[in-house]
Design a protein around this ligand. Structure first.
Ligand SMILES: [Zn+2]
Length: 131
């Protein structure tokens, strides 16, 4: 078994994609610092174990990792991601919907709107459009 010649398993692909999506959203709100990135890595490790027990859940890992990181950030930094839709009132975080399902999205429960797919926050926050 040489690691170079093994095809990447679908589980690893799902985890890799999920990691990239969550990192993209962190970058979009400019919180992708080293320790935040390590929170993502920590979640990926835990979800790798989880999805190995339940391979059918591979499509759910992006939403789960987003929620893991959201929880970890809430303890250490505060709310993430901040809602870019509501211009007034108290700043509040978006929620992942569905909590356990494929095709996760960020929603604002206050305004009752879907804001963006997980991984696409950059398109709505406009904080870091590539130059
Ligand atoms: Zn909102």
């Amino acid at each position: 078994m040489s690691p170079g010649s093994d095809p990447v398993s679908p589980l690893e692909q799902a985890l890799h994609a999920a990691r990239a999506l969550v990192l993209a959203d962190l970058v979009a709100q400019q919180v992708a610092e080293a320790d935040v990135v390590s929170m993502v890595e920590e979640s990926v490790v835990q979800r790798r174990w989880w999805v190995e027990q339940w391979p059918d859940g591979a499509a759910y890992v992006a939403g789960l990792i987003a929620q893991d990181v959201q929880d970890a950030l809430l303890e250490r930094y505060g709310r993430w991601p901040l809602c870019p839709v509501c211009g007034t009132g108290d700043p509040h975080a978006l929620d992942v919907e569905p909590e356990l399902g494929p095709d996760p999205r960020w929603v604002c429960h206050k305004a009752g709107v879907r804001v963006a797919a997980v991984g696409a926050l950059g398109a709505v926050t406009g904080g870091s459009s590539p130059s």
